[in-house]
Design a protein around this ligand. Structure first.
Ligand code: PGA
Length: 252
């Protein structure tokens, strides 16, 4: 059985005070890591504050990182610093990074290699645009993103990777993919890993759904055979909703 993951992507939200309030509100009420992995990805300047206050259950992730080891990249964040801060996860290739900040498939691949060098667990985001889905090109687009991202990674790395399938048209729109659409594309991703890597790795890799997930729609998503959790934006800003979603993963 794959352990479920409930990961919150706060994007550019919450001040330090709000982030600390959230941590104190959720710490005692999250399920044990033995059963569910819970992760919060805040804005970078509060990463250390949250790492220091994470309870037994919660772990902290970054929203992005740069692929280079260090150097003249003003405003960027290195994997070495994330590791040094005690951060455990890093989101790589989120569709907003792909759209606004130049995260191409090639850079996403370099970032994954760099994240593994620094013992971070990457949460790799892939997903199609509305136009791709309407043109029946979802599998082509998602398959291409996946193959490019995994290039040159070892099996031991890929089995520790977390993949988030996030249809771009469902992010922040209130428009969730149907359970059938989410499950079918996630099953496709797992099949693709069976074909290009092997079945044992495909069985182990956790694949999350993301896009307008909330406490109401999550339980049904978690009942499917291939969906191992969720990457949640808007609804993860509420401590109460985050606890409810972690509980849904515990009780799935
Ligand atoms: P959303 O964001 O839950 O607000 O749609 C999901 C994401 O961008 O990861």
């Amino acid at each position: 059985m794959r352990k479920p993951i409930i990961a919150g992507n706060w994007k550019m939200n919450k001040t330090r005070d709000e982030a600390l309030q959230f941590i104190y509100a959720v710490n005692m009420d999250l399920p044990s890591r033995e059963y569910v992995e819970t992760v919060i990805c805040p804005q970078a300047p509060v990463l250390r504050d949250l790492v220091k206050r994470q309870g037994e259950a919660l772990r902290i992730g970054a929203q992005t990182m740069h692929e280079a080891t260090d150097g003249a990249y003003t405003g960027e964040i290195s994997a070495a610093l994330l590791e040094n801060l005690g951060v455990d996860y890093v989101i790589i290739g989120h569709s907003e990074r792909r759209e606004y900040f130049g995260d191409t498939d090639a850079r996403v691949n370099l970032k994954l290699h760099q994240a593994f060098r620094h013992h971070l667990t990457p949460i790799l985001c892939i997903g199609e645009q509305l136009e791709d889905r309407e043109n029946d090109a979802t599998e082509t687009v998602v398959g291409t993103q996946l193959d490019a991202a995994l290039k040159g990674l070892g099996k031991d790395q890929i089995e520790h990777l977390v993949i988030a399938y996030e249809p771009v048209w469902a992010i922040g729109t209130g428009k969730t993919a149907t359970i059938e659409q989410a499950e079918a594309t996630i099953a496709f991703i797992r099949r693709r890993i069976t074909e290009t890597i092997d079945e044992a790795v495909a069985d182990k890799v956790r694949i999350l759904y993301g896009g307008s997930v909330n406490p109401d729609n999550l339980p049904a998503l978690l009942k499917t055979p291939n969906i191992d959790g969720a990457l949640i934006g808007g609804a993860s800003l509420s401590a109460k909703a985050f606890i409810q979603m972690a509980d849904a993963a515990l009780n799935r």
